[in-house]
Design a protein around this ligand. Structure first.
Ligand SMILES: Cc1cc2nc3c(=O)[nH]c(=O)nc-3n(C[C@H](O)[C@H](O)[C@H](O)COP(=O)(O)O)c2cc1C
Length: 187
């Protein structure tokens, strides 16, 4: 499982929500790698050119994985440039046997300081994942960081959101077990 997202800001809530989801996913038995905040501080995706050094591990991790968690802050009503640029690098998987996010469950989290941007950003993430041939989990999380906060250990006093996070983590792990690379192709 690969986690992608966060922001470069100290105490990033989208980073903390991502790590909270990955922690639950680890408890369910998955191995996780995370590329968040500064770990995604890549130059604009250079289509067709040699990949910058820092991008190779990231692209290879997604190539290997069975499922993905994406957590974007809502910036000006939509997915942040940092996260979108990281998703643009998945163009490198275009010619793979499993192109882009094909046959991978994708759990989605959108965090903004208001509902309009969090809900809108979640919808946009789903749209991007569909175009990358990924399978968004039935439950995605729109988090309003003015209402719900995560501490640095991934804890939140919002029991309802903690429960939703567990449900989403269960969905992405179940799907990865059913559809992961080791499973026979349905076609
Ligand atoms: C450049 C920028 C644009 C933002 N735009 C919005 C916005 O349009 N709507 C909103 O509710 N919050 C907006 N925010 C607030 C973030 O969504 C908020 O801080 C949230 O917690 C996610 O960012 P974080 O992961 O850095 O904590 C913006 C923040 C920044 C830095």
């Amino acid at each position: 499982m690969v986690g992608i997202g966060g922001s470069v800001d100290a105490g990033s809530q989208s980073d903390r929500a991502l790590r909270a989801a990955l922690s639950t996913i680890t408890d369910l038995g998955a191995e996780v790698e995370v590329f968040s905040g500064r770990g995604l501080d890549l130059p604009p995706y250079p289509s067709g050119a040699r990949l910058p050094e820092g991008a190779r591990d990231y692209v290879e991790a997604v190539r290997r994985c069975d499922a993905v968690v994406i957590s974007s802050p809502g910036y000006h009503g939509t997915v942040s440039g940092l996260v979108k640029n990281a998703l643009d690098y998945l163009e490198e998987l275009r010619a793979d046997q499993r192109p882009y996010l094909d046959r991978r469950a994708v759990a989605l989290i959108a965090v903004a300081s208001g509902w309009q941007a969090s809900v809108g950003t979640l919808a946009t993430l789903r749209q991007v994942v569909h175009s990358l041939r990924g399978w968004p989990t039935p439950l995605g999380l729109a988090i309003n960081s003015s209402v719900t906060t995560f501490d640095q250990d991934g804890g939140t006093p919002d029991a309802s959101m903690a429960g939703a996070l567990e449900v989403m983590a269960g969905q992405v792990v179940d799907f990865a077990r059913c559809w992961g690379a080791g499973r026979p192709s349905p076609s």
